[in-house]
Ligand binder design. Structure first.
Ligand code: UDP
Ligand code: MG
Length: 348
């Protein structure tokens, strides 16, 4: 079951500036131990607010009892909407599934691992009401990240901003509020490899920062390993820049120009001084260098073509297995204690 895109959402000029309601979208990947605390704290925030809240929890193919815990909550809190994806699609796409379903005038994106304090949302909503289209949480203290990660991330942002037309900031994370107009713009970008920071920067709109303290992860470990982060960074650059392609043209032209100069030199030298002893070393070096450059350049072109291939297939971004309305079947009738005892089975 997939959701039809809301076509009204594509035209926003005649909407009121601030449509009512706040949607909170939370992707879950193996977070069964965080569900209860997170939802309890969120409920306190929602109950204290004058705005209507809808909480969209997207289960991104968790292998643990996340879905069982979420569906145990559904009958207790009407504002809760659940989406169970058919497998693990990755955080960015899980967020997209939530964005497609969100109906609020503002949408908050947050992690489910308790690193994003729900209480900050109240501040977000105040600033949104004051007219800011995007409110971004900025981590006050990043020392927990470690030296290597900080240096690598700084290098990445420098490289990205050199190559991309729309600069991104290393201060801004995924914890943010977006006005309906911004959400509609983001939803129109349906590309498969989703580099969210680049997408936010591309759609524009002014943003304002709110400082917050991110506690370290309470349960489990981050699913973004250095390797996954590297791939994300690489993907981000390929998605938002064609400069690498142009660099290849530049490099190729330089080598060709050098070769022409060398050719003229050797031609004149032969004319004036006669035939020299053949230079095997220079020949092999030139051949290897050129061969290497051509292969590297070909590979780079291949990377872009691979991405074109992914896009033209036009597959849906995600597949939904079930939602909270499917919870009210036999599964929800299982007593709560049984659900907690055997979370993995209940999730099937
Ligand atoms: N997440 C997800 N799908 C994935 C990986 C992560 O939905 O494939 C969610 C995860 O449950 C969490 C958020 O994305 O709510 C951030 O993940 P994580 O804490 O692992 O990343 P980090 O905070 O280290 O960047
Ligand atoms: Mg985290």
């Amino acid at each position: 079951m997939t959701f039809e895109p809301d076509l009204r959402a594509q035209v926003s000029p005649d909407r009121p500036a601030r449509a009512p309601g706040v949607s909170v979208i939370i992707p879950f990947y193996n977070e069964e131990r965080s569900v209860d605390e997170l939802l309890a704290r969120l409920k306190a925030v929602a109950d204290a607010s004058t705005h209507d809240f809808e909480i969209i929890c997207v289960n991104d193919g968790s292998a643990d009892g996340t879905w069982a815990r979420l569906s145990a909550w559904a009958p207790r809190w009407k504002a809760l909407k659940l989406i169970d994806l058919s497998r693990n699609f990755g955080k960015e796409i899980a967020l997209m599934a939530g964005l497609d379903r969100a109906r609020g005038g503002a949408v908050v994106l947050m992690d489910s691992d308790l690193q994003h304090p729900p209480e900050t949302i109240a501040q977000f909503v105040d600033l949104w009401q004051q007219g800011h289209d995007v409110v971004v949480a900025v981590r006050r203290d990043r020392s927990a990240d470690g030296k290597i990660r900080t240096t690598a991330s700084r290098a990445f942002y420098r490289l990205f901003n050199m190559l991309s037309e729309t600069p991104i900031s290393n201060q801004e994370g995924d914890f943010r509020l977006m006005d309906r107009r911004v959400v509609d713009a983001v939803r129109r970008m349906r590309e498969r490899s989703r580099f969210m920071k680049g997408i936010y920067a591309w759609v524009g709109f002014g943003s304002i920062g709110v400082e917050f303290d991110a506690p370290s992860r309470k349960h489990g470990a981050s699913s973004f390993s250095p390797r996954r982060l590297f791939n994300l960074a690489f993907d981000g650059i390929l998605s938002f820049s064609t400069i690498p392609l142009r660099l290849g043209v530049l490099l190729g032209s330089l080598v060709a120009a050098g070769a022409t100069v060398a050719g003229v030199y050797y031609w004149l030298k032969t004319l004036i001084l006669g035939v020299d002893v053949p230079g095997f070393a220079s020949l092999i070096v030139a051949t290897l260098l050129l061969g290497g450059l051509i292969l590297a350049k070909l590979g780079l072109v291949g990377l872009y073509i691979g991405r074109i291939y992914e896009e033209v297939k036009g597959r849906p971004l995600y597949v939904v297995r079930r939602t909270e309305t499917d919870v009210e079947g036999p599964q929800a009738q299982v007593p709560l204690s049984v659900v907690t005892d055997k979370p993995a089975e209940a999730a099937e």
